[in-house]
Design a protein. Structure first.
Length: 127
């Protein structure tokens, strides 16, 4: 998943590219890809939700009766995370974000449990 912070674009772009390239033959089991986790923030190109001003990354475990951002966190925590063996939440740092235009295609590394995945443009592999 990406777009926890709406102004962090590389993860959102990477997931959209992965969505276009994946075929059913590539997947064993189930894969859930969410390119814009915090849609209000992604649409507004902001770190925080444009609806309630909250930081989704700080709202877990969520609240089913809370704000929109708290409800997103609650849904993820109670519905999607229990369906998953591994959850990868892609973020980028401010310095990296400023380098996107100069360094595209980019390479990023994420850690999932004890494994590290290296993503380079449209290729995604675990070591
Ligand atoms: Zn972030």
């Amino acid at each position: 998943m990406a777009g926890n912070h709406g102004d962090e674009y590389p993860g959102q772009i990477a997931i959209m590219r992965l969505l276009r390239k994946l075929t059913p033959q590539d997947v064993t089991g189930r894969i859930i890809l969410i390119p814009a986790l915090n849609m209000p923030a992604a649409r507004a190109s902001t770190r925080l939700s444009s609806v309630d001003g909250m930081n989704l990354n700080r709202c877990f475990l969520g609240d089913p009766n809370g704000t929109v951002t708290q409800m997103i966190a609650y849904y993820l925590t109670t519905v999607l995370f229990p369906l998953s063996d591994v959850v990868v939440d892609l973020h980028v740092a401010d310095r990296f974000r400023q380098m996107i235009s100069a360094r595209w295609p980019f390479t990023s590394t994420v850690t999932a449990g004890c494994r590290t995945a290296k993503h380079t443009s449209s290729r995604f592999s675990f070591k």
